[in-house]
Design a protein around this ligand. Structure first.
Ligand code: WT7
Length: 655
């Protein structure tokens, strides 16, 4: 776990002693008002998980109730066995029958400033119409549908409509390349693609339909493409395959009963990077995911009817599934959806949106916070942020300095911060303060939610002592846990359930202090976190090796002040190729083409050879040290095959 020690802010995290508490006023009004209440809940869940989760599940609508809360035979879990429900019904229909029918569900703002409000009943209507469109296009329960769109109400409508008819959605983030999109479509054998013509990003229109067209050259399973007209950019429509959303929706009925789904029917697939091979399709099912999305959103964000909640994540990531699409709607909340970059046209945009829409809860990423710190306090201070009452972060460790800035400058010392640790695989937040209860320590995600059992262990599964670093595992099943890696059961078992005996292995290192606070130390596998987005080093390496000039490639990461980490690629070339700056740019662009711009290596270093062990394994630890500018590579190099390879890598000539 040596690499984690190098993580940004690690030193300061180890020294961090400050404790912050919510005001008495905040606590009094919150769903879980004290640590006594938290402990009580936590113990009740530990003592009788079936009763705990069963009682929570009773707050949702079920067509048919369960016979048993959970069946658990490691690694397989089934939740709410025998029950039938529909998550879209729970997100919309249940509210439409109440005063919330006319409550705003979505306040949308485009990058150019255009706005639209959807009440629960309007959203319900649009979802029903689009669900009928899907049915008309032959989409049935169990079919996979790929979604490739910019942030918009229609993106949420697309997911909800899939859920309504029982289709399994697979959202692909709009920043991924056509190759990455095609891989995901083919892996899931998606029958249809829902996309938009384009999306605004920093004043430019990104031509999403063109990316879909390029991808579909290699996707035989796709029979229909439904295109939402957002940016009015020129698109080409393939006769018989491509249809305009507005044309189909205009003909569709507003009446569409929600499909009765078994609790364990798949709800969605979401691809995420692992330490080996191609991204894997994390599969979530219906009942358990729904219960946990609603439960965790309610308690972590202390959500109330008066709140205006804003999570800045894109629906292309798990955060945008659980805490934009499903959680807030299940709780009948009002939320802001914003199309573009939060720093466009200037660094004030995010604060301006909060002021104008009177946002009360802001949930964003440490990367964004660090870039706003650099932009300067004056951008924040120009705006009236007095409506804010709660702040949150997700995706990567937040260094205490950034936490304190967020607390002081944005929250004006009156807003608790929930630092939420979780993963695509966990489906929902696992470790986080409950804002009215948990005293906060900057840089710590604090304690597991009631119902969640985590442990920090050594390789053999034995628990670590207080403050001793180890592997973070989850020891008991939880409702929103992943059920499978789509189409690859072996990989599911091997990745999550084989490393540590008897527990779910998260891939993260962590330590727990004497008061039971968890401090996440970062990934212990070959997964890197860039700006809160997950990338596999092997995935980027394969992209590089697919270029004709490249013989071998190895990716290492080093700390970056804004992005958390940045990527350095060590590359050896085939004979006849010369490593000059043109080739560097070409390789960077090649990775963008193969995966997407989030994977672009920040630096490319050409080498004659990569350091390998005698058995031929690339010694990544050494590369990491070199990437970090550490010239006197420390630790054990006794298995190194060729010392001169190392010497040459240390000399970094930038032409
Ligand atoms: C990995 C999961 C969960 C939504 C976004 C990322 C890292 C996530 C935190 C946090 C420290 C965090 C972990 C985790 N991570 N939240 N609060 N503190 N690290 O989802 O793409 O599946 O990535 O993100 O390393 O394993 P993801």
């Amino acid at each position: 776990m040596a690499k984690q020690q190098e993580n940004m802010g690690m030193d300061s995290v180890l020294k961090e002693k400050r404790i912050f508490k919510a005001s008495v006023q905040f606590s009094k009004k919150s769903h879980v008002p004290s640590m006594v209440a938290y402990d009580k809940m936590y113990k009740a869940a530990e003592k009788s998980p079936d009763k705990f989760w069963g009682d929570i599940a009773k707050n949702f609508f079920w067509f048919k109730t369960w016979k048993k809360v959970v069946n658990w035979k490691n690694p397989d879990a089934q939740w709410f066995i025998g029950a039938q429900t529909n998550i879209c019904y729970n997100a919309l229909d249940v509210h439409v029958g109440t005063w919330r029918a006319n409550k705003a569900a979505i306040i949308f703002e485009g990058e150019h400033g255009d706005q639209a409000v959807y009440t629960y009943s309007q959203l319900h209507r649009e979802v029903c119409k689009f669900a009928n469109v899907l049915k008309r296009r032959g989409i049935e329960k169990g079919d996979r549908v790929a979604i490739y769109m910019g942030m918009s109400p229609q993106l949420m409508i697309a997911l909800l409509a899939c859920a309504r008819v029982g289709a399994v959605h697979s959202v692909v983030f709009g920043g991924f390349s056509s190759t990455a999109l095609a891989d995901r479509i083919n892996d899931a054998k998606a029958k249809a693609v829902i996309c938009s013509d384009g999306v605004s990003r920093r004043g430019n229109v990104i031509d999403l339909k063109k990316v879909v067209d390029d991808a579909l050259v290699n996707c035989p399973s796709v029979l229909n493409v439904i295109v939402f007209q957002r940016s009015n950019n020129a698109v080409s429509m393939v006769e018989g395959r491509d249809h305009w959303w507005h044309e189909l929706a205009a003909l569709a009925s507003v009446d569409c009963p929600a499909e009765k789904m078994s609790s364990e029917d798949p709800l969605f697939i979401l691809y995420t990077s692992g330490s080996t091979g191609k991204p894997k399709g994390i599969m979530h099912t219906t009942g358990g995911y729904m219960v946990y999305a609603g439960y965790s959103h309610k308690h972590v964000f202390d959500i109330k009817d008066e709140d205006v909640y804003w999570c800045t994540a894109d629906v292309g990531w798990i955060t945008g599934h659980t805490y934009v699409t499903y959680g807030p709607l299940l709780n009948g909340a009002t939320q802001v959806i914003y199309e573009g970059a939060v720093n466009y046209p200037d660094w004030g945009r995010i604060w301006d949106i909060i002021e104008r829409h009177k946002v009360t809860i802001l949930y964003t990423a440490p990367t964004a916070i660090r870039s706003f710190i650099r932009a300067g306090d004056e951008w924040v201070n120009k705006h009236n942020l007095s409506t804010l009452r709660l702040l949150g972060t997700v995706g990567e460790p937040i260094n205490p300095e950034a936490w304190i800035w967020y607390y002081n400058v944005v929250g004006k010392k009156k807003c608790p911060i929930v630092d939420t640790w979780w993963q695509t695989e966990t489906g929902g937040i696992m470790i986080s303060p409950l804002p009215g209860a948990t005293p906060m320590k900057p840089g710590s995600a604090t304690k597991p939610l009631p119902g969640i059992s985590v442990s920090i262990v050594k390789k053999d599964g034995s628990p670590c002592k207080a403050n001793e670093g180890g592997f973070l595992v989850i020891t008991k099943p939880w409702p929103s846990m992943l059920r499978d890696v789509y189409g690859d059961r072996d990989r599911f078992v091997k990745t999550y359930w084989s490393d540590i005996p008897g527990a779910y292995f998260t891939g993260d290192g962590a330590r727990r202090d004497k008061e039971g606070y968890v401090w996440i130390m970062g990934r212990v596998d070959d997964v890197v976190n860039i700006s809160g987005h997950r990338l596999g080093t092997s995935e980027i390496e394969s992209a590089l090796v697919s270029h004709e000039a490249v013989a071998e490639a190895a990716i290492a990461s080093r700390p970056d002040e804004i992005k958390g980490n940045s990527l350095v690629a060590f590359v050896t070339l085939k004979s006849g190729y010369h490593g000059d700056s043109d080739l560097k740019h070409e390789l960077q662009n090649h990775v963008v083409k193969e995966i997407g711009s989030i994977a672009r290596p920040d630096e490319i270093r050409f080498a004659e050879a990569l350091p390998k062990t005698r058995s031929g394994k690339i010694m990544r630890r050494l590369l990491r040290e070199i990437a970090n500018g550490n010239m006197n590579v420390s630790g054990d190099t006794s298995t190194l095959e060729d010392f001169s390879a190392l010497e040459k890598l240390r000399v970094h000539d930038d032409e």
